[in-house]
Design a protein around this ligand. Structure first.
Ligand code: HEC
Length: 438
């Protein structure tokens, strides 16, 4: 299959950017529906107009935002299939039934949130209306959990590949801890988002609205401030779950290649926790401090997303599939097996395996360097002349500095972060010749 390289950013970065934006707003939507539902309920019980106004305001905002975010969700599916076809096929195949369930859950979520929004002013049965809001919030949380199951599976597939079973894939080792670490920031992000909104609205609000926005800042600020005190605990539980599953992942996060994402996240989270403590101790007077803490938390969110993604690299499914879609176990054995099978028939009966022999017979017809790099998916991780991925070093200089023998040796015995060359000795020759042509 043709390896497509996304222009300007490369494949990994474009995925990261689209996913990060989508996930941020999906978190706001999930947490926002929960906040709206809970606030309407409290408003009804306490007869509080502010709670009710807040809930309706949030749901109005969400109903527009969710349309845009739906487009981003579809974009992710398109990018995944186009840029990582082998991996996507595999993941969708393993998670087919959960993904079908996801589709159903999305239908329920969309239908109930539309009904929730449209019947707000007209409903005669407030209890039923609140229940519909509860259904919308619960289905949004369920949708997040299903996606998270597939996502955590990619990092901790557990024993799935030695002994496959759908339940093993869904309830993979890191799934429970990562689920909590995902649901909390849904509420956090939603509360933070509305806190920032209230903070700025308050500065320009007229007297009639000022009381409301001041209430909203206190209400959302408290939820955020308390939530952010809990989030590091869920993070630690996630981290130490990873440690118990595979110490190599843990080491990579705290002191290896991912530490440059992990420690900034930890630092920003510490700043957010400090700001929350100041805010709560000042009895909600230190609003600016919480604003800074909130911005720190939002930045920490993206570093956290990167940490979670990078912890898996160079794999798409940890320990089993590389970023190229190549399978880890399949890489070594079938290559040598194919070599043996080919070596003999080529000598005795060179006519028969026509399709396979063709590339072997034509090592003299050189591909261009770019074609060669693309053919063997090197550009998924490396760039050449500015095109390609950013995971490995740019290859322009490196290709010049290594001899053919060095390159061959390197490709056969790459470091941990790079998959070994998949192909026969002849193909490797042809490939290296293509790389070292003038
Ligand atoms: C899964 C991602 C990935 C793929 C695919 C990949 N590489 Fe790499 N490559 C890396 C990483 C990461 C490094 C840096 C390794 C290190 O130093 O630990 C690297 C290092 C290298 C280097 C050494 C650079 C130096 O230090 O001199 C060369 C050469 C290289 N790769 C060539 C290739 C070629 C050719 C292909 C295609 C057949 C390829 N790589 C495919 C990730 C990848």
């Amino acid at each position: 299959m043709q390896q497509i390289i996304f222009p300007f950013t490369g494949n990994s970065l474009i995925m990261a950017l689209v996913i990060l934006v989508h996930v941020f707003f999906a978190f706001v939507a999930t947490g926002g529906l929960a906040l709206a539902f809970a606030s309407e309920w409290i408003g009804c019980r306490k007869d509080s107009a502010f709670h009710d106004r807040f809930a309706l305001g949030y749901v109005k905002f969400l109903s527009s935002m969710m349309k845009l975010n739906g487009v981003l969700g579809v974009t992710i599916v398109v990018l995944l299939i186009g840029l990582f076809p082998v991996f996507t096929t595999r993941l969708y195949n393993i998670f087919f039934w959960p993904l079908m369930l996801e589709v159903t859950i999305f239908m329920v979520m969309m239908a109930s949130s539309i009904a929730y929004r449209l019947n707000w002013e007209t409903t005669k049965n407030k209890g039923l209306h609140i229940a519909i809001g509860g259904l919308a919030a619960a289905s949004a949380a369920a949708a997040a959990l299903v996606i998270n199951a597939a996502w955590s599976f990619m990092l901790t597939p557990g024993t799935y590949f030695s002994d496959p079973g759908l339940l093993k894939a869904v309830f993979n080792p890191a799934m429970p801890a990562s689920s909590i670490h995902l649901l909390l920031p849904c509420v956090l992000n939603a509360a933070m988002f509305s806190y920032i909104y209230a903070f700025f609205k308050l500065r320009k609000a007229e007297a009639a609205d000022a009381a409301y926005y001041s209430w909203m800042a206190d209400y959302c600020g408290t939820i955020f401030a308390i939530g952010i005190l809990l989030q590091p605990l869920s993070g630690l539980s996630f981290l130490f779950t990873l440690k118990s599953v595979d110490p190599a992942i843990f080491t990579k996060i705290v002191s290896g290649s991912v530490s440059r994402f992990f420690w900034p996240m930890a630092g920003l989270a510490t700043a957010a926790v400090t700001a929350s403590v100041i805010y709560l101790l000042s009895r909600k007077k230190q609003r600016a401090a919480l604003l800074v803490g909130g911005l720190a938390a939002l930045t920490a969110f993206s570093f956290g997303g990167y940490t979670r993604e990078r912890a898996r690299k160079p794999f798409l499914i940890y320990g089993h599939m590389y970023m190229t879609g190549a399978l880890v176990t399949a890489a070594a054995q079938p290559a040598t097996a194919a070599q043996k099978v080919k070596a003999e028939p080529v000598k005795t009966a060179p006519v028969k395996p026509a399709a396979k022999a063709a590339p072997v017979k034509t090592p003299t017809v050189l591909m261009s360097r770019e074609q060669a790099l693309e053919k063997y998916s090197c550009l998924v991780c490396h760039s050449y002349k500015g095109e390609g991925g950013t995971f490995g070093p740019a290859l322009d200089q490196h290709l010049l500095h290594h001899s053919k023998e060095e390159l061959k040796n390197y490709l056969k015995n790459p470091p941990e972060n790079m998959p070994p060359f998949e192909g026969t000795e002849q193909e490797l020759d042809a490939f290296v010749n293509a790389l070292k042509q003038d």
